[in-house]
Design a protein around this ligand. Sequence first.
Ligand code: SF4
Ligand code: FES
Length: 249
Amino acid sequence: MNLTLHVWRQKNAQSEGRFVTYQAKNIIPDMSFLEMLDVVNQELIMKGEEPIAFEHDCREGICGSCGMVINGYPHGGHRGTTACQLHMRHFKDGDTITIEPWRARAFPVMKDLIVDRSAFDRIIQAGGFISANTGVAQDANAILVPKQNADAAMDAAACIGCGACVAACPNASAMLFTAAKIAHLGLLPQGQPERYTRVVRMVEQMDKEGFGGCTNIGECAAACPKVIPLDVIARMNRDLLVAKIKGVG
Ligand code: SF4
Ligand code: FES
């Protein structure tokens, strides 16, 4: 396949960015989206030009680093798929593809398609942990966890911190990410000691970072490659309300 790419190029956080057009030639449909970018970058390097900067690590849909907006959709808009797991067979020969970084005030662009997602780290640092001594492996079975809670906690723990939810939301809200991290710990017995301080501190940090509020649009859940459900946000709001009633924080 031969494709035309419009790619956001931006030298650094201070400089202005712009779209630059490239031709992606001889792309094999079984290549991943990132492999297609590798081919384009190889050609740029051979010509002595600066390759397109994008973040990636696992290329298996588990690390959350490969975020980019493809034709207006975070990760390309195929349900349950990260950019690294998106394959070129979803495109047709002759297609034009627009590629941009996440756009949110709390995720400033560092270079080309790479944004600074350290705001997510600071939300985790504010309360995304437990202090309970979990003991050794066999002790795990000493505390019984209802099956539905274990399943729901595991589903929430699937969040890879990619930021697609923020990129998809017209308010650039980080509610789905924050709520997933809160649900993951708050549904388990080991997460109970900090349950209410956790929600207060993580929501405070989320607001401090400049993410917008949730207005129930639901684009976050639609864009999430790990299909985190919206009801984690309802759970976070309930915990926040209880925390306020208890006078926590
Ligand atoms: S909730 Fe989904 S979209 Fe948001 S950071 Fe987690 S995995 Fe990515
Ligand atoms: S590179 Fe790890 S999720 Fe895409």
